[in-house]
Design a protein around this ligand. Structure first.
Ligand SMILES: [Zn+2]
Length: 57
């Protein structure tokens, strides 16, 4: 458990095909407990692919 009360967490969205982190988004942990999975445009694959939440770094 984090000691600081941070409800909004910054996460990266990683392409499931080329593994590049194309997007960052804010995730409200109060509303969203599960991992984010979004269909987003990947400029490297030049098509929409499934992007999954991952840590920023
Ligand atoms: Zn990709």
């Amino acid at each position: 458990m984090a000691s600081k009360k941070t409800v909004v967490e910054l996460v990266a969205l990683q392409c499931s095909e080329c593994k590049r982190k194309n997007y960052t988004t804010e995730k409200n942990r109060r509303n969203t407990q599960e991992k984010l999975e979004l269909n987003k445009y990947c400029p490297y694959d030049r098509k929409h692919t499934l992007h999954k939440e991952t840590k920023i770094k």
